[in-house]
Structure formats: C-alpha cells, structure tokens
Design a protein around this ligand. Structure first.
Ligand code: BGC
Length: 255
C-alpha cells in the first residue's frame, strides 16, 4: 500500500443513505492508499448538513491533500445536482461542486454514484479490459446505471427509471423492492429478468455488471436471470463508489 501522505493521491467519498465513507485511492492499482473512514449520514441529509459531515470526515484523513471526488445518488451535470429520487429534495439545483469546495477548502467534484461505480468496475473490476458497451447497474434503494463504451462514460444514463410494464423499473426491481415485498430470490429474479432483458433489447450491451450491496449474494439470483448477454457480479463491492469518485477527481484535475 502506498503511504497515505503522498499529496497526489485523490480522495474518494461515497455518500450513501446511512453512511458517508472516504479513503485516499492509489489510481495505479485501484487500492485504498489510506484507511477507510466513515461518519453517519446526517438526517435529514440536506446539502448543508452533508457538507458539514464531509468536513468532519476529511479531518479524519489529515494526510490526504489531493483532489476530492464525491458520489451523489442523483443526476449530476457540471457539478449541479438535477434529480433526487431517493434523497432530500433540497439537492435539486444545488451546485454541489461549489458547496463542497467552499465547505472543505479542497478541490471537490461530484459524480453520480452509479457512474462512479461503473468507472471503477471498468478500470479495475468486473469489466476490466472489456471492449464495446458495458452497462453497470447497482441494485440498492434505487437502481443506478452507468453506460461505458470502450472505456468512455456516457454520464447520467438513469436506466433505473425506465418505464417497464407501466412502472418505474426501480420501484419493482431494486433491492429495496425485494426487501419491502419480502420477495423470494426466484420471484425477484423474474423481475430482474424483465428488467435486464429490456436493457438487452434497447442497448445490445457486450457485458452487464450487477453491483450494489446485494451483489454479494449474486449466487442466489444471477444464475436465475437467464438472458443472452453475459451478466456478472461487480467485484469491487463497497469500494467501487470511493474508487470511482477518486478517478473522477483526478480526471477533473487533468481536464
Ligand atoms: C437515482 C440515480 C442513482 C440510483 C442509485 C436512482 O433513483 O435516480 O441517480 O444513481 O438511484 O442510487
């Protein structure tokens, strides 16, 4: 592991529903270059409360001075959050880049959470070396998606909100729907089959990666989905958001 005090290691921050987690990341390897630190997500998780929590979090990583990337579970265009399906509505219209940069005194860039996970899986994880179109999905409270073609991200694809059979797809097929409705793996897999076969028909991807916390149980449901496109579990697990956010921080610095 590289020493944590190398100033050029970017820091990734993963802003989730229950915790906000951060680590410095060695982009050569995709490994953490510091310990991983965490604070509870403030309730309600308004932009100002989250900015304060981030200051507290970064104070726990005093040696990491590089740029900072932050995941947000919503549409992010040029630093501004444009949707808030599963987060406090106050995020809509917030210039999160500017807010977090002001609050922390660091160079901060925000990115959609699934886009961050997608970039990380393509560079270091389950889709490493894959040419063509990769779709990375995260099954959690909602369904996040990242579309990456030959390594290039098309941001904010929001494929969790496709309308399928008259429903917003994530309301039926996210992991939260499985938990809420106490679905068996088999029943949930049928819904996932409907969802993933729609992605297959619309986009003809070369590979689909299934991420989110539930992917650690992928043996229970992935083999039941049965579509033609190769469907593989994410490999970076709960590191993907932090690593992808750090990748974005570094890229923004270069551009
Ligand atoms: C949001 C996406 C997010 C996904 C996963 C969806 O409800 O619209 O922006 O990536 O949830 O958190």
């Amino acid at each position: 592991m590289a020493p944590a005090n190398q100033p050029d290691h970017p820091t990734g921050i993963d802003f989730g529903g229950s915790g906000i987690k951060a680590a410095a990341v060695d982009l050569e390897t995709g490994d953490f270059a510091s310990e991983r630190v965490r604070v509870d997500t403030p309730q309600p998780a308004t932009p100002d409360a989250v900015a304060e929590a981030m200051v507290e979090l970064l104070a726990q990583l005093p040696d990491s001075g590089g740029p900072v990337g932050v995941t947000v579970p919503g549409v992010v265009r040029h630093g501004v959050v444009h949707s808030a399906a599963n987060i406090d509505k106050a995020w809509i219209g917030t210039d999160a880049d500017a807010l977090f940069t002001r609050a922390t005194g660091r160079d901060v860039h925000v990115v959609n959470d699934a886009d961050a996970a997608g970039l990380a899986e393509v560079r270091y994880g389950a889709a490493r070396g894959q040419r063509g179109l990769v779709i990375v999905t995260t099954l959690g409270t909602g369904i996040g998606s990242a579309m990456v073609h030959d390594g290039v991200l098309v941001p904010n694809s929001e494929l969790g909100h496709l309308e399928i059979d008259g429903h917003n797809a994530e309301s039926r097929a996210a992991n939260s729907a499985r938990e809420r409705e106490e679905l068996s793996w088999e029943t949930w897999a049928k819904r996932l089959r409907r969802y993933y076969s729609t992605l297959e028909a619309l986009f003809s991807p070369d590979l689909i990666v299934v991420g989110g916390g539930v992917s650690k149980h992928s043996d229970e449901f992935l083999p039941l989905i049965g579509i033609d496109t190769p469907l593989v579990p994410a490999t970076l697990r709960n590191k993907a958001g932090i690593v992808g956010a750090a990748l974005v921080a570094e890229r923004e610095l270069r551009d």
